[in-house]
Design a protein around this ligand. Structure first.
Ligand code: ADP
Length: 255
């Protein structure tokens, strides 16, 4: 019970001690996250490269079953690597270490690179891509824009059925660039719509396969888009499938 000025002073001191303790714990948590992610990254890169060599037949011809196993190893190690990068990117955002390197970018080239990175997964699921992207250039941080598009495309692939269709369309209008990614998967459960951008939130719709998501992909993507002065939103998509829209200013906004 707080009775007089002395008690108030004591309470103030206790609260301050608690504030400092919480800050220290937060710092330890972030450091732990960073260290563990780095420790996991190196061995995982070797596994991925080894699986790649096997799957490509560089170390000798494999029979169909062996090639299949090598491909499963490869796609799961790529998936795991992405999870680790999610954790590292999230912790950089948390510690305010995330900053933008502005440069002039061509959207077509970014989309081609991201699609190329996913060619194996697209082929495995026989997914068709509808790409409608006129020659758009804008200013932004290449690596971060790539991560944003990559996260949306990874989800679209992950939640698409075999033989599904993903459409990516972009346009430039009124000083803004917008990119929409839609898929023919189950769509976002209405009960999840307001929370899917929250860090670590995993919705009711879960992908098939072995590697569980981190629930960080969309929150990182939205944060990166916002750092550019843009927005990432889920569009209402009656019927099946999900549709996301990225909107970015075409040129750097100097505050
Ligand atoms: P995760 O790494 O778990 O996929 P995200 O932040 O990328 O995390 O997504 C959060 C949740 O949003 C997912 O758990 C999933 O339920 C839902 N979600 C995201 N994209 C899609 C999509 N294209 N189709 C259906 N559900 C999706």
């Amino acid at each position: 019970m707080v009775r007089g000025p002395q008690d108030l002073e004591l309470l103030g001191e206790r609260l301050d001690w608690m504030r400092l303790r919480l800050l220290a714990l937060e710092e330890q948590k972030t450091l732990f996250l960073q260290n563990i992610s780095h420790e996991l990254k190196t061995p995982l890169t070797s596994i991925r490269e080894g699986a790649d060599l096997l799957a490509e037949g560089v170390l000798g011809e494999l029979n169909d079953r062996q090639r299949n196993v090598a491909k499963i190893l490869l796609s799961n190690s790529i998936e795991l690597q992405k999870r680790i990068e999610d954790l590292l990117n999230y912790s950089a955002i948390q510690t305010g270490k995330s900053s933008l390197t502005w440069q002039k970018l061509g959207l077509g080239r970014i989309l081609d690179t991201v699609l190329h990175d996913h060619s194996l997964a697209l082929m495995n699921k026989s997914i068709e891509i509808d790409l409608s992207c006129p020659d758009i250039s804008f200013e932004g941080d290449e690596q971060k824009i790539r991560i944003v598009v990559d996260n949306l495309l990874s989800n679209a692939i992950k939640y698409s059925p075999k033989g599904g269709r993903i459409s990516i369309s972009a346009r430039s209008e009124g000083g803004k660039v917008s990119i929409e990614v839609s898929d023919s998967g189950p769509g976002i459960d209405p009960g999840d719509a307001s929370r899917i951008f929250d860090p670590f939130y995993q919705g009711r719709v879960r992908p098939e396969g072995h590697v569980k998501g981190t629930g960080l992909g969309l929150s990182i993507a939205r944060e990166y888009v916002r750092e550019h002065g843009g927005n990432l939103e889920l569009l209402d998509h009656p019927g099946s499938g999900s549709q996301f829209r990225i909107t970015l200013p075409s040129s750097r906004i100097v505050a």
